[in-house]
Design a protein around this ligand. Structure first.
Ligand code: E4P
Length: 219
């Protein structure tokens, strides 16, 4: 299982990377806008912090434009950058071409098992179903992950399922229980996964008692 961060905030990425369990980072045009920084500069910096796959998204809508952007990003940015492509017919064709050139891809904005399957057929390295945005429509985002994972079980599909648009730790745990290969989550969710009040309380008690052990000269 892989844990990715879904942010373009390098300070947050540095913090989580320091925990030693960060496997990759996803960005998108909205996250780049939020960072307020130059696209390529910030992606290159992220790629220097985390050596796992770093998704950089193309913005062209036609196949040739996506392929050109993907090739250029691969040329200009560090080796671990992969190309994020929207799940459209043009995106499928671009994925197929980039895959044939050995360029890893992440097909994004996936909202159905059928779309995930099409992206896998095109040779996507990752497919990104968006759980939270499905939840936002009143449907169940986890059902989407369950449908994709059960479809995957029938075939020898190499494409990894990267659960995205995660809103809370329960999404992450449910994805892992369904066997999703990867989850990408906001920093807040990453922190929430580690936090437990009983851990804090227990540690406080142990340290207080240890101070008394030291004070008694028994350390
Ligand atoms: C995935 O790679 C996307 O960047 C992301 O998960 C979108 O999440 P949102 O629905 O919170 O914007």
């Amino acid at each position: 299982m892989e844990f990715f961060l879904d942010t373009a905030d390098v300070d947050e990425i540095r913090e989580i990377a320091s925990w030693g369990i960060l496997d990759g980072v996803t960005t998108n045009p909205s996250l780049i806008k939020k960072s307020g920084r130059d696209f390529k500069t910030v992606v290159a910096e992220i790629a220097s912090i985390c050596d796992g796959p770093i998704s950089a998204e193309v913005t062209a809508l036609d196949t040739q434009g996506m392929v050109d952007q993907g090739r250029a990003l691969k040329k200009e940015l560090p080796e671990n950058v992969i190309i994020k492509i929207p799940c459209t017919p043009e995106g499928l064709a671009a994925t197929k071409i980039l895959n044939s050139e050995g360029i890893n891809t992440n097909v994004t904005l996936v909202f159905s098992a059928a779309q995930a399957l099409m992206a896998a057929k095109a040779g996507a390295t990752y497919v990104s179903p968006f759980i939270g945005r499905v939840d936002d429509t009143g449907s169940d985002g986890m059902t989407l992950i369950a449908e994709i994972m059960s479809t995957w079980e029938n075939y020898d599909i190499k494409t990894k399922v990267l659960a995205a648009s995660i809103r809370h730790p329960t999404h992450v745990l449910a994805c892992m229980q369904l066997g999703a290969h990867t989850v990408t989550m906001p920093t807040k969710t990453f922190r929430q996964l580690m936090k437990h009040p009983l851990t804090d309380k227990g540690l406080e008690g142990f340290l207080k008692d240890w101070a008394e052990v030291e004070a008694a000269g028994n350390a």
